[in-house]
Each structure stands twice: as C-alpha cells, then as structure tokens.
Design a protein around this ligand. Structure first.
Ligand SMILES: [Ca+2]
Length: 345
C-alpha cells in the first residue's frame, strides 16, 4: 500500500513538473503596445482629463462611503513600470530597493532573525488547504527575493523585461518617480484614471474579462483562462477608453496616499481644491499606503478587488510579489485637436 502511495506521488510530481514546463514554454514574454506618436509631449503617458470623481464603491467597508472629489487633469503612464524601466533607474543611480536591505530590528523587534534578512513576501500556491485556510499558507517571507529575483534567489527576471516590476515599496516607487521627474499618483488620480475619467451609472462588480486576474478557486486552483498563471508582461489585455493598460489586475499599484480604513474622512481642503494633491489627511495608519487595482491573485471567491473603487493597505517597508506601480506627471494637457481622450500616448 505504501509502495502504491509512493508511486502515485512520484507520478504526480512528474506530471506536475511537466505541466509547469509546458506552461513556461507557452508563456508570453512580451505583448505589443501601440506605437508612441513622434510628437507625444510625454512619451508613454496618457492624458487623463479632469472631472469630479465618485470616489469609492460598495463591496467592502474600506471603499465606503462614496465621496465626490474633484480631480484636475494629469498625465499617467499607460502601463505599469516594467523591469526594463526600473533597471534603467537602478543602473543610472545605483539605488537599492527596500527588499535588498536588512530589516531594522528597532523597527521590528518582534521578527525572528530569518525575517530580518533582506527579502520579500512571495506568493506560493498551496496544493491543498484545510478548513478556511490562512494567508500564511500561501504567503512566505523569502530571504533573497527582490525585484530582480521575484520568487527568491533561485529566480530571475531574465527575458522578463516587459513584465511589471514587483517586490517594490512606496519608498522605491517614489525614488523612481523622482528620478523620472514624475510622482506616484494619488488614490483619487489612480481611481479616476482607471474609470477612464467617467463615473459609471452603475459600477460593475463582476470579474473583468480584460484583466489578468485569477480564474478558479483561490488559492488552490488556477485555470489561467485569461492566459496567465502569474504576472504578465504589460499591455497584454485591452486598454481602457483612455488607452491605459492593466489598471485592473496583473500587479497591485501603489499610490502616494497613506491608508485610512474608509472614505469617511478626507482632508477638508481636498473637497474644494481641484489640485491633484493627495486627498488623505495626515495621521492615517502609520506605515501603510493605499494600493489599487488588484492583481493576478484576485478571484471571485476570495478578493473581489479587481475594480477601480477597490483598495487595500500595503505596509510601507514590506515588498510583496504582487505589488508594482506606475507614475503620474503634473503638466499642461494636450492642446488643440490633440485633446481627445487617449491622445499623447
Ligand atoms: Ca491570470
């Protein structure tokens, strides 16, 4: 009986390895993006016209209540920042990301020594779960995981230059943005852009077909009906009406707003001030920022955050394998006939 179990296990391991190899062989490493017009004022960025955003949604408590908020026009990267783009920044500046530095024991005296090593939290799909399961079953702190080694020291980004950079924190995102002469978008800017500068009369809560999310029973069964088991190269799915790719799904995206547990409190001047400054008051949750858009791990049975109005908290000093970002730029919009949505890509 024991021999039969061993043979069954061996056969499963061979089959599983073959399946993984097959999926890797089929993996798309790049997706074509529309050409950038030669006269684009901010190449690779899309103009997001201003308007009044109905901030929030009604699925989870943290996205309520819905609040009206003015957003001025701004430019936004049409894709998530890629590994190639982030590598250019690191090569030019020598920057070391938070995940590449040791954890300060004064900040986290509770952590065991192995979790103070440089590293990041990596998603590892469990083969089975008992009961309701716990996030600790599929998230692991992996020493040596960083943006160049998304799954740990044995992994790399070779051939994955067009993939969204992950395992980056708000500090890393802001350092990159400064180098580019840009900023990390506010939550309101991000949400307004994800809605293509329009408030839908009835926001959809359905899992979107044009986004890299999770199909199947999270976290044990991923059918990858959208073509991707994990992260995807940027631009593989249809853009929204402004020409922005992957606002929903693929990687969660950092915003510059400190996290608060609901929309009940906004900065008092934010309601009247149409500037694109952060709408969050000082004194939000210490050490957390808002992330938006959901990721390749969002599934209907677990995390319906594949929506513009959804939001989540992300620890400032913790890099995670499903969090990336894009940048915004405060500059005059396109003029004359080039003012149509999506121009200036
Ligand atoms: Ca997917």
């Amino acid at each position: 009986m024991a021999m039969l179990a061993l043979l069954t296990l061996a056969a499963w391991l061979v089959w599983s390895a073959q399946r993984t190899e097959l999926s890797r062989a089929r993996e798309r490493l790049v997706c074509a993006l529309p050409p950038v017009p030669p006269d684009a004022p901010h190449p690779g960025m899309v103009w997001v016209p201003g308007g009044t955003l109905a901030l929030g949604d009604t699925v989870y408590p943290e996205e309520m209540p819905i609040r009206p908020l003015s957003v001025a026009g701004f430019w936004l990267d049409r894709t998530e920042v890629t590994n190639d783009q982030f590598a250019a920044f690191v090569n030019a500046t020598g920057y070391r990301t938070v995940a590449e530095r040791a954890v300060d024991p004064r900040q986290h005296p509770e952590l065991p020594p192995e979790m103070r090593l440089p590293g990041a939290v990596v998603f590892i799909s469990p083969t089975q779960l008992s009961g309701q399961g716990s996030a600790t079953h599929w998230w692991r702190y992996v020493a040596g995981a960083d943006w160049r080694h998304p799954g740990g020291p044995a992994t790399s980004i070779d051939g994955r230059g067009a993939f969204a950079v992950v395992n980056v924190t708000i500090e890393d995102a802001q350092a990159y943005a400064r180098w580019k002469g840009a900023v990390v978008p506010s939550e309101a800017q991000w949400e307004w852009a994800a809605r293509a500068a329009q408030n839908p009369s009835v926001p959809s809560h359905a899992q979107p077909p044009q986004a890299n999310t999770w199909q199947g029973l999270f976290p044990v069964s991923n059918s990858a009906a959208d073509g991707f088991v994990g992260l995807a190269p940027v631009g593989c799915f249809d853009p929204n009406a402004l020409g922005l790719f992957d606002m929903i799904g693929n990687a969660w995206e950092l915003t510059r707003d400190a996290y608060t547990p609901s929309h009940a409190v906004l900065a008092s001047d934010a309601m009247a001030d149409p500037s694109p400054a952060s709408v969050r008051p000082a004194g939000g949750a210490i050490g957390q920022h808002v992330i938006k858009g959901g990721s390749f791990l969002c599934a209907p049975n677990y995390c319906m955050r594949y929506r513009a109005g959804a939001r989540q908290a992300q620890d400032d000093d913790l890099a995670v394998s499903h969090v990336g970002f894009r940048t915004a730029r405060i500059a005059p919009g396109p003029t004359g006939p080039a003012t149509s949505p999506g121009s200036g890509q």
